[in-house]
Design a protein around this ligand. Sequence first.
Ligand SMILES: [Zn+2]
Length: 135
Amino acid sequence: MAKLKPCPCGGPDYASCCGPFHAGDPAPDAQRLMRSRYSAYVLKLEDYLLATWHTSTRPASLDFAGEKWLGLDIKKHRNESNTVEFVARYKIGGRAHRMHEISRFVFADGRWFYLDGEFPASSPDSLPPNSSPPL
Ligand SMILES: [Zn+2]
C-alpha cells in the first residue's frame, strides 16, 4: 500500500486533498480553493496562486519571503458572501506570526478565484471593540 503524503492544509492525503486542484481540477467551493491556495503557499506554487487569483486584483508575481508555514485553521465559510475566514500560522526569521484574514472569492467561468481579503483587528491581547476599560 502506498504511503499517504499528508497535505500541507492539514488533510491526511495530499493526492486526494489539494493535489488534484494543483494539477488543474477546479475547486468545488471557496473553502476548498482557500485550502489549496494555502497548500500552494507552503509548496511555493506561484503559478497556481496566480492562476487562482482574480484578474482584477492579481499581482504580477509573488514574493515568497522565506516564511515557514505552520498550520491553517478555517474559522468560517460563508456561502452567501463567498468569504472564508481563517487563521494561518507561520514563522519568519525564527519568529512565529499569525495571519487572520477574511478572504473574498468570486465564481467566474466555472471556477473559483481569490478576490481580496480583509484583516479583522483582533489579536489575542486586544480588547473586543465595545468593551470599556476597567474603572
Ligand atoms: Zn489539502
